[in-house]
Ligand binder design. Sequence first.
Ligand SMILES: Nc1ncnc2c1ncn2[C@@H]1O[C@H](COP(=O)(O)OP(=O)(O)OP(=O)(O)O)[C@@H](O)[C@H]1O
Ligand SMILES: NCC(=O)N[C@@H]1O[C@H](COP(=O)([O-])[O-])[C@@H](O)[C@H]1O
Ligand SMILES: [Mg+2]
Length: 408
Amino acid sequence: MWYTLVGGNREVVWGAPFSAQAKKMLLLGSGELGKEVVLEAQRLGVETIAVDRYEHAPAMQVAHRSHVIDMLDADSLKQIIHQEKPDLIVPEIEAIATEALLELEEEGYRVVPTARAARLTMDREGIRRLAAEKLGLKVADYRFADSLEELKKAVAVLGTPCVVKPIMSSSGKGQSVCRTEDDVEACWNAAMEGGRAKNSRVIVESFVSFESEITLLTVRSVSGTTFCKPIGHIQKDGDYVESWQPHELSPDQWKEAELIAKAITDELGGYGVFGVELFVTKDGIIFSEVSPRPHDTGMVTMITQDLSEFALHVRAILGLPIPSVELLTPGASATLKADDASTNFTVGGIEEALSLPRTQVRVFGKPETRAGRRMAVALSADGDLQKARNTAKHAASLLKVEEYDHEQ
Ligand SMILES: Nc1ncnc2c1ncn2[C@@H]1O[C@H](COP(=O)(O)OP(=O)(O)OP(=O)(O)O)[C@@H](O)[C@H]1O
Ligand SMILES: NCC(=O)N[C@@H]1O[C@H](COP(=O)([O-])[O-])[C@@H](O)[C@H]1O
Ligand SMILES: [Mg+2]
C-alpha cells in the first residue's frame, strides 16, 4: 500500500478504481437511491460494486461491477463480501440478512452506518422498541401479532382506525388501514402478501391524525451532527408521491424534531445520512421510523441543496468533512409510478416535463414495471415553494409509462 499523508488520515487516501489501493464501496440494494450514491462515490474516485436481487437494477447500471444474489441469504451475502473485500458495506434497503452484517463487522468489515443500526431498522420491531421503550420517544401506540387471531386481539385493544404493516417491508408494501373490526382479515392478508421477507409478524399502530409529516435528514460525520431543512411529504398507500423542502415548522416544533432526531441517530451511531420520519401533530412531534441511509422523500435535495443527501452520505461514510449544508432554493419532487406489470415499456413525456421551468427528471432505468412501482421522479425549484410543488406535480403528470407497441 502506498499513501501520501499531507496532514490527513490514512482512511481518506485512496488510489484509482481497479488498483490495489482503490477504496471499494459495496452497496446492498441497487435501486434509485443507490444509483445516486454510486454516482456521488464515483465523483470522488471510489470503486463501486452494486448488489441486488435482480439484474440491471438502477445502481448496477452505473457501478463498476455488480452481483445478483439473494440478499436475505446470509451465506450468499458473506460469500460475496469475502470475494470483494470492500472497505465499506452500504446497505441500501432493509431486506438484508443483517445477522451476516453483524458477523462481517466482527471480522473487521465496516458496515454503514453500523451493523447494529442495519439490524435494528431492518424490522419495525427493533427500531420501534428502541425508540419507544429504550429512548422514551413519543410514538403511536403499537402491538405486534403473529397470527390473524393475535391481530384481532391487538386491534380490539388499540381500537380503529389503526395501521397494519408487515414488520419487514418498505414503501408501504403490505400496509393497510384497518377502519373497522371487519377489515382485520383483509389487513392480515394484505400484510402476508406484501411483506419483503417470509415472515408472518405484523405491527399494528394506532392511526395518527397528523397535520403534516416530515423527514428530517440528519447527517453524522467527522464534523458532528448536521440537520438538513425539514422535508414535507405526502404519501399514498404508504408510499411517497410528493415531497418538498423546506417544510415550515414553528421554533418549538423544530426544537422537538431536532431533539428526537439527535436522540435516535446518536443511539444508532456511525457515519452517514439518516432519514428521521416524524408526524407533526397538534400535541407535538411523534417519531415514526428512521432509515439509516438516504430517504426516498430526500430525492428533492438533488435540486434544493448544494450537497444532495447522496453526496452527504458518501462524504460522511468516507470520513470526509461536512462543514455546512446549504439550502439553495425551495423545491419539490413528485413521483412517476407504473400502473401495471410489464417488461416491454417506454417512459415518455420527458420532453414535455423538461419544458417546464427549473425542472429536471431522473428516470431510474428499472428493467420491469409492477403496479405502483416508482419508475422516475420530477424535481422542480422555485423561490415560491407552492409554485415548485405545482410544477413538480405537473412535470410528473406529463411523464408516462406506456406499453411498447411494436406496430408503431
Ligand atoms: N400510525 C400511523 N398513523 C397514520 N399514518 C401512518 C401511520 N403509520 C404509517 N402511516 C402512513 O404511511 C406512511 C408509510 O408508513 P411507514 O413509513 O411506516 O412505511 P414504510 O413502508 O416504511 O415506508 P417507507 O419505506 O417509504 O418509509 C407514513 O409515511 C404515513 O403517511
Ligand atoms: N422507501 C424505500 C425506498 O424508496 N427505497 C428505494 O427503492 C428501491 C426499491 O425499489 P423497487 O421496489 O421498485 O425495486 C430501493 O432499492 C431503494 O432505492
Ligand atoms: Mg416510512
